[in-house]
Write a protein that binds this ligand. Sequence first.
Ligand SMILES: Nc1ncnc2c1ncn2[C@@H]1O[C@H](COP(=O)(O)OP(=O)(O)O)[C@@H](O)[C@H]1O
Ligand SMILES: [Mg+2]
Length: 261
Amino acid sequence: MITVTDLHKSFGKRSVLNGVSFTAEQRKITYIFGSSGSGKSTLLKAMIGALRPDAGSVRFHDQDLTKLSGRELDPYRKKIGMLFQHGALLQSLNVAENVALPMREHTALDENIIKIMVKMKLELVGLRDFEDLLPGQLSWGMQKRVALARALALDPEVLFFDEPTSGLDPVMTSVITKLISDLNRLMGITCIAVTHAVGEALKTADKIILLYRGKVLTEGTPQEIQASTDPLVQQFITGNPDGPLSFHASSKDFEKDLLVG
Ligand SMILES: Nc1ncnc2c1ncn2[C@@H]1O[C@H](COP(=O)(O)OP(=O)(O)O)[C@@H](O)[C@H]1O
Ligand SMILES: [Mg+2]
């Protein structure tokens, strides 16, 4: 349902996306793996229409988002929710006000309805009794869940997550991963998530995409990915420091590979 085809994006001389193609199926969970700087956030930004690629297409229900601009993207933006890597809750607004924000901005709903909907969204992420607190009074994991409730505000068809578990302990990482899986299963939301929590993602993903040097190195079900004999794929999923992806020895090579020309 979201098909990325031959996507290219460079920043100056640095080629970040170098022909990325894959499909994220409707009502499924797609996880994107890749080392730091491999272009995962750039890819997500292109998929939500926040960044224009140099070439290639992003098709949502057969409409090419890369051909749309400004206002034309509004109908799409209302159908998607995004959980950014660095939370981005408004610190001066309490939890309920943060979650209500998209409803106030994009709908003409009555305040009483908004109150009820905010409660429902907070209930979904297990934070019903925290409406009056400020983000600064919550743990990082709770702030992420509030951001998730806010991403759910407009009942999105698709949810995008950029490292939803970064900075969280293992228990909270499982909680968030399970939450993503529940939202998908119970509400049929298509989920597309970038993550470093490989082990957790392998348990719940329908599809894994592995980004490497600006391209999709491999894609498949968790079973297929785990059965891969490619040493690079094995290194990614086992997190082994020794292997073809040797960070200290080849970070320079890695940088070099990203440069074009
Ligand atoms: N707006 C930008 N301007 C210049 N360089 C950028 C910009 N956004 C990302 N980059 C560069 O592109 C590369 C990939 O970034 P990013 O997509 O954030 O990687 P990841 O999310 O996989 O860690 C990095 O080298 C980063 O510095
Ligand atoms: Mg990133």
